[in-house]
Design a protein around this ligand. Structure first.
Ligand code: PLP
Length: 371
């Protein structure tokens, strides 16, 4: 049986009659730029994430870049970030004029190690980016406490963690709620994915929201008047219409991912050479990815592909070892937990439409390799 890593066609079949009329409504009105669907989606996502403001933009990458621009970074200013993340987290620091300072992860959750964050703070540190990787929130409360002591803003990169929650001081808090800015991506493969690129910035801060709105329209809030140099980075109305039609399903989709994750973990726990992803008991994981840590990873990937099972390695080369950051001087061994993760992780299909028979085929293929 062939099992793709992700099956967006299967998802489309289940929502076709909801999405197509929403798209047609935009097409009938021909209001493609900042049409009413964008404002409605911004309100709904702000509600979902317990934020005062949601500001749509062109991608999850721009959702990071624009808030970083508000820091007015100068050459040599440092922003702390994990190295075990998608490239955009650090690429945007560079493009906003700063220097990424890469720190190591907690090997269990793949998320930033708070102790490593604290150790990396210098007089040049201007901000910390926390990534909630694979759909599980980082130890945000500890990092916020450290940041607070040093007077540093925290940006939450929640591109992979829309709606993920963490129990903090007895209250469930949502990814993006507590940082100065939270950022989302609507890349098609995300738990809430558009039919193209899209992103959103979240904040509780009214003045910052105003500035981010300006930055997404060339730095001005009146047409043809520009307070600063900004970007053309708006969330497309057609994308907002797709996302609005999909949004009512998000909770059940993420719950279905959690069920599939639990089924994998039950089936694979105890298998020699395989370590299922632990979920921090304070977290409600949304399983954007189900990522195992395994022995003989490259052999497993080859075996799965030969068996028709989709899988992927997120991420094979950590950002501190990328050629474009070679000038920063990190060496092999600089971030041992990160490098160990890049050598041993593999992600399996975990989407809501994955049938039990398909999942059984994935489990059987993994078992065959290790038994
Ligand atoms: C952790 C993380 N940050 C940022 C991004 C960038 O989002 P986008 O692809 O929408 O630009 C992604 C998306 O893949 C991501 O996974």
């Amino acid at each position: 049986m062939n099992v793709p890593l992700l099956d967006l066609v299967a998802q489309f079949r289940t929502i076709r009659d909801e999405v197509l009329p929403s798209l047609m409504a935009v097409i009938e009105r021909q209001q493609f730029i900042l049409g009413e669907e964008v404002a409605i989606l911004e309100r709904r996502i702000a509600e979902l994430t317990a934020c005062r403001h949601g500001i749509g933009c062109a991608s999850g990458t721009d959702a990071l870049l624009l808030p970083l621009r508000t820091l007015d970074l100068r050459p040599g200013d440092e922003v702390i970030t994990p190295s075990f993340t998608f490239f955009a987290t650090a690429g945007t620091i560079h493009n906003a004029g700063g220097t990424p300072v890469f720190v190591d992860i907690d090997p269990a959750t793949f998320n930033l190690s708070p102790a490593a964050v604290e150790a990396a703070i210098t007089p040049r540190t201007r901000a910390i980016i926390v990534v909630h990787l694979f759909g599980q929130m980082a130890s945000l409360e500890t990092i916020l406490e450290i940041a607070g002591r040093h007077g540093l803003p925290v940006i939450e990169d929640a591109a992979q963690a829309i709606g993920a929650k963490r129990l903090i001081d007895g209250r469930w808090r949502v990814a993006g709620e507590l940082g100065l800015v939270g950022t989302l991506s609507f890349f098609p493969s995300k738990n809430l994915g558009g039919w193209g690129d899209g992103g959103m910035m979240l904040t509780q801060d009214d003045a910052l929201a105003e500035r981010l709105r300006r930055l997404r329209t060339h730095g001005g809030n009146r047409q043809y008047y520009h307070d600063e140099v900004g970007y053309n980075s708006r969330l497309d109305t057609l994308q907002a219409a797709v996302l609005l039609a999909k949004l009512p399903h998000l909770e059940s989709w993420s719950a279905a991912r959690r069920e599939r994750a639990a089924r994998y973990t039950e089936a694979l726990a105890g298998l020699q050479g395989v370590c299922p992803p632990p979920v921090d008991s304070a977290n409600q994981h949304i399983f954007h990815q189900y990522t195992l840590r395994v022995e003989r990873r490259d052999g497993l990937v080859e075996h799965l592909r030969a068996s028709g099972i989709g899988c992927a390695v997120y991420y094979p080369l950590a950002l501190h070892r990328q050629p474009c950051f070679a000038h920063l001087g990190y060496r092999e061994g600089s971030l041992p937990a990160t490098e160990a993760a890049t050598a041993s992780v593999v992600s399996l299909p975990v989407y809501p439409e994955l049938s039990q028979a398909q999942q059984d085929a994935v489990i059987a293929a993994v078992r065959r390799f290790y038994q």
